[in-house]
Design a protein around this ligand. Structure first.
Ligand SMILES: [Zn+2]
Length: 240
C-alpha cells in the first residue's frame, strides 16, 4: 500500500461486481452437479465450498461473508477496488505479495472500503495477529500496481510502518506465515523468494514496502514450517 499512485492498475475493466440474485439458482445447481459428477455425495456443501479452488471451470459457488482462510474476519472492500474473477480457473495464482500499510489497521480498512481509494488487498494482518479478509481470493484485488501481478497474486497487507521495526511483531509474522502457507498450499506455490515477493519487487511499482526491516529469511522459514505441517507429505501426515 503506501501511496495510492499507480496502485489501481486494472481498475475500470470488467463488469461491476455483484450480479444479482438471478444467478443464485444456477450456483446452487452447479454445486449439486459437481458433487454428483465427482461421486462425492457425502461431501457436505460447506466442505465443498471450502475446496472451491479444486473445482473445474468458472463461476464457482460463493457464499456472502465467506472467507478463504478459516478464522479470518470478513470485511468487504469496495467493489471499485477489485475486479470480480474466477481464479484460479481464469488466472493462475503463483505469487503472494507482501505489503505494509504505512498506517494503522483501521485506516487501512477504511481505505479499502472507500470506492475512491482505487486499491485493496485480499487480507490485512493486524499487529496482534488478527487477520481480516476484504477481497475473495477468487477475485483480482488492485494491490500490486501492475495488472498482470494483480491477476496472478494474493495480496497481504501488514499493519505498520516500513521504517518502524516495532511494527513487525512475532504475532504478525506468525499469523501472516499461517495465511501465506495456506495460500501456497491451495495453489501449489513454492515457498521461496521468487514466489513470495514484496510490493517493491513488482515490476513498474514505485512502492518500497515491505521495506528493509521486513525479515524475509524469518518469514520464508515460518511459511515453510507452516506449509510442512499441513502438507500431505509433511510430518503431521506421516505420523497419522
Ligand atoms: Zn504495498
Amino acid at each position: 500500500m503506501g501511496a495510492t499512485s499507480g496502485s489501481a492498475a486494472g481498475a475500470g475493466t470488467g463488469p461491476p461486481a455483484g450480479d444479482g440474485d438471478r444467478r443464485l439458482g444456477r450456483r446452487a445447481l452447479l454445486v449439486g452437479g459437481v458433487a454428483a459428477a465427482v461421486g462425492t455425495a457425502l461431501l457436505a456443501r460447506e466442505e465443498l465450498s471450502r475446496s472451491w479452488w479444486r473445482l473445474p471451470g468458472v463461476d464457482k459457488p460463493r457464499t456472502a461473508g465467506a472467507v478463504d482462510f478459516p478464522g479470518a474476519r470478513w470485511v468487504a472492500a469496495s467493489a471499485a477496488n477489485y475486479r470480480r474473477a474466477d481464479r484460479p480457473a481464469d488466472y493462475p495464482v503463483d505469487r503472494v505479495v507482501v505489503h505494509v500499510t504505512q498506517g494503522g489497521y483501521a485506516s487501512a480498512v477504511r481505505a479499502f472500503k472507500d470506492p475512491g481509494h482505487g486499491a485493496a488487498a485480499h487480507y490485512i494482518v493486524r499487529r496482534d495477529g488478527r487477520i481480516t479478509q476484504l477481497v475473495r481470493e477468487l477475485d483480482v484485488a488492485f494491490h500490486a500496481g501492475n495488472r498482470e501481478y494483480n491477476e496472478r497474486s494474493v495480496g497481504i497487507e501488514h499493519e505498520g510502518f516500513v521504517e518502524d521495526p516495532a511494527s513487525f511483531t512475532d504475532a504478525l509474522y506468525a499469523a501472516s506465515a499461517r495465511l501465506a502457507a495456506a495460500i501456497c498450499g491451495r495453489y501449489g506455490i513454492p515457498v521461496d523468494r521468487e514466489h513470495l515477493i514484496g510490493h517493491a519487487q513488482v515490476p513498474g511499482t514505485d512502492h518500497t514496502d515491505p521495506g528493509r526491516l521486513w525479515d524475509w529469511e524469518r518469514y520464508i522459514r515460518l511459511v515453510g514450517a507452516e506449509r510442512a505441517k499441513s502438507s500431505p507429505a509433511g510430518p503431521a501426515a506421516r505420523t497419522a
